[in-house]
Ligand binder design. Structure first.
Ligand code: NAD
Length: 496
């Protein structure tokens, strides 16, 4: 066992639940060595939300320079504990350690991004309405925000909500994924050490039942969620009786790389392979479809398959691996089901994604990379393999005759998170760009690239048009229109 359970973090201290269910945090790449166990109970929500509510008014009034100072202290604590956090993420999420390191580095950078450009976006501004009448837009915090995290970026995605939420004056109750409770606990420890006032940040452990209780709580003003589209939809349905709740939903993807006739082929092949298989495809922005112009199909396929075959699988703490295990037995079973569906739904198997069950001495949910080919997309009627998010290491390659077919295929799925366009010409890219209905578009870069210096969010079933990344300060606040009229009564021409 790696970590000891400290309890939920409520009102500035860790409190162990008096009763509840035990939840084991596995290491999905080393099942005989679990990370630890926690105790979860929905009762914790009833303590955590009022604690956040009580802290709200004072925290909202806290001067911004003091909020920033607290956040800078958190940044320093995080920097000290990065190695520990990195290892923990790798063990709980099965994530290759190089990726976990990238995640924790981004966590530290997030503070700079929000303290700087993020807060600038919501700086108040004035407009002249008439002589003597001034208008002003001011941004106010919502109140208590529930932050619900996924397993695959267990530190960075919740922090992408928590950091702007706190800086803009909200208080927070965070529920990490049930697969990564100790990563959540370590974040809470860092926030505790940084010395935020009690109740400003709270943590409750648990799965869907605790999450549901939290988002439905009447004192919760908004839900900042990152996870699957199915859960996002459940959150929306569960809050229909409170339509005023602010929902920022970052959800799933079925992302495509378009390899156009004039694409730089080796670059396109290698970027696409990394984007398809990094973290075993367990990324919302993974490439799961590659749409290739028929004229360059043969050389592209050769290069892509060679790159796919070079992908290294292994235990998450190995420095040179791209693919660790899948997160759970259910995830591995789902992957196997989709590999079978690919064949049943008319795709040619170029590389079969197989379940391995162990890697060397370690038992775990290891699988190999899949590649499937569809030479005639217009004659293929696959609904499941072609349209649904698999969340495993697989790439479906579609051959098309022209750009129009490529764009139509990109847009045919219900998701709209990321599209990569591979082309040697900027003009060609600009002609394609307005036809893509995705929230992030990368030119000659794999779908997994993103930056906190820009907004991050998808269209259609991938999001709720409240992008995170740089734009997170917008959904953490609401704009108030303030009008100040300094004209004397006689200048107002009132009709009564
Ligand atoms: P998930 O939807 O299974 O779980 C996410 C969180 O929701 C967990 O904390 C879970 O306990 C909680 N939850 C489950 N049911 C709930 C309910 N009824 N009410 C409230 N909370 C509930 O997702 P996951 O498997 O942890 O993560 C993978 C998914 O997340 C993929 O679909 C991926 O594409 C998506 N994702 C999206 C982004 C993005 O920024 N768009 C980033 C990372 C992951």
């Amino acid at each position: 066992m790696f970590a000891g359970f400290k309890g939920n973090y409520i009102g500035g201290r860790f409190v162990r639940p008096k009763r509840g269910m035990e939840l084991i945090s596995e290491d999905p790449g080393d099942l005989l060595n679990p990370v630890g166990s926690v105790v979860v109970s929905t009762e914790a929500v009833e303590e955590a939300v009022p604690s956040a509510r009580r802290a709200f008014a004072a925290w909202a009034d806290y001067p911004i320079r003091k909020k920033i100072a607290a956040m800078r202290r958190l940044q320093r604590v995080l920097k000290k504990r990065l190695p520990e956090l990195t290892t923990l993420i790798s063990r709980e999420a099965g994530k290759p350690v190089t990726e976990s390191r990238r995640e924790t580095d981004r966590l530290v950078a997030k503070v700079d991004e929000i303290v700087g450009a993020g807060l600038e976006l919501i700086a108040p501004f004035e407009v002249a309405i008439a002589p003597g009448v001034t208008g002003e837009c001011r941004y106010r915090p919502h109140g208590v925000l529930a932050v619900i995290g996924p397993f695959n970026f267990p530190a960075h995605t919740p922090a992408s909500h928590i950091i702007p939420a706190l800086l803009t004056g909200n208080t927070v109750v965070f529920k990490p994924s049930e697969y990564t409770p100790f990563t959540g606990q370590l974040l809470a420890e860092c926030i505790h050490t940084a010395g935020f006032p009690p109740g400003v940040f709270n943590l409750v452990q648990g799965g869907g039942a605790v999450g549901l209780q939290l988002i439905k709580h009447r004192m919760v003003s908004g839900v900042l969620f990152t996870g699957s589209t199915a859960t996002g939809q459940a959150i929306k349905e569960a809050t229909l009786d409170a339509p005023q709740k602010c929902l920022a939903l970052e959800m799933g993807g079925k992302n495509a790389g378009l390899v156009l006739e004039d694409a730089p082929l080796e670059l396109a092949a290698r970027e696409s392979a990394v984007a398809a298989y990094s973290m075993s495809g367990q990324r919302c922005n993974a490439t799961s479809r590659i749409i290739v112009n028929k004229k360059i199909a043969k050389p592209f396929l050769d290069l892509f398959l060679a790159a796919a075959d070079r992908v290294k699988i292994g235990y998450s703490l190995g420095e040179d691996i791209l693919m660790g295990p899948l997160i759970s037995h259910e995830a591995a079973a789902k992957f196997t089901r989709y590999m079978k569906l690919a064949q049943e739904e008319g795709f040619e198997t170029l590389r079969a994604g197989r379940t391995l069950g162990s890697w060397g001495e370690r038992r775990g949910y290891y699988v190999t990379q899949g590649v499937h080919l569809c030479e005639n997309p217009s004659r293929n009627s696959s609904q499941h393999y072609r349209k649904e998010e698999i969340f495993g290491p697989d790439a479906a390659i579609y051959l098309v005759r022209n750009d129009e077919e490529a764009v139509a295929l990109n847009n045919e799925v219900s998701y709209g998170l990321v599209t990569s366009v591979f082309s040697g010409s900027r003009q060609h890219f600009e002609r394609i760009f307005p036809k893509l209905d995705t929230g992030l578009v990368n030119w000659n870069k794999g779908t997994i690239f993103s930056t906190g210096k820009l907004p991050f969010g998808g269209t259609k079933a991938s999001g709720s048009f409240k992008p995170t990344g740089l734009f997170s300060t917008y959904y953490c606040t609401y704009p108030v229109a303030v009008t100040r009229d300094q004209r004397p009564l006689e200048k107002r021409a009132l009709p009564v």
